[in-house]
Ligand binder design. Structure first.
Ligand SMILES: [Zn+2]
Length: 164
């Protein structure tokens, strides 16, 4: 029998998932915070697929688990399996809608890797044969041939592919 207890009712908010770190932009997008600009391509209860608002290239998207975790091993097997499945489907969606001949993809883990938000996310950056232009080489400036809205509309025409 325990005789003493250390009561910690605040902990219950964490246990029940009500409290999330207030500064995390992905958690804000996941709960549809109206103050955060966002372009959500797909969302279910485990994963969302969003446009990067500051893209490295046309069609730069991120596949993000809904759970606020920093490391892959913190996901449940179900979450991780679904996360991987959505990565595959999202690459397929971008191939269908934007026809890039290649991609850069990956995850930055830990601050030293360049991870900007400590909430696991997988980058998918389409690459195009004709993209290396004068401005890229000379000025270090990325020339974006269309707006984020235009790219988003092109992707959303076939976003149902992610539901299958
Ligand atoms: Zn988060």
């Amino acid at each position: 029998m325990y005789r003493d207890y250390l009561w910690s009712p605040e902990r219950m908010k964490w246990v029940t998932g009500m409290a999330r770190p207030s500064g995390c932009v992905f958690c804000k997008i996941a709960r549809n915070d109206p103050r955060v600009p966002k372009k959500v391509i797909y969302r279910d209860n485990l994963v969302m697929v969003i446009m990067n608002i500051f893209p490295y290239n046309v069609g730069h998207v991120e596949v993000v688990p809904i759970s606020h975790v920093e490391w892959p091993e913190q996901l449940t097997d179900e979450e991780f399996t679904h996360f991987c499945s959505m990565i595959k489907k999202t690459i397929n969606l971008l191939r269908k809608t934007l026809s890039p001949p290649g991609f850069n993809t990956g995850i930055n883990l830990g601050k030293v890797s360049g991870q900007s938000v400590p909430h696991l996310h997988f980058h998918i950056v389409p690459r195009y044969a004709s993209e290396a232009g004068f401005m890229d080489a000379i000025a270090g400036t990325k020339v974006m041939p269309e707006t984020l809205d235009q790219t988003y509309k092109r992707i959303m025409k076939h976003a149902d592919m992610l539901k299958k």
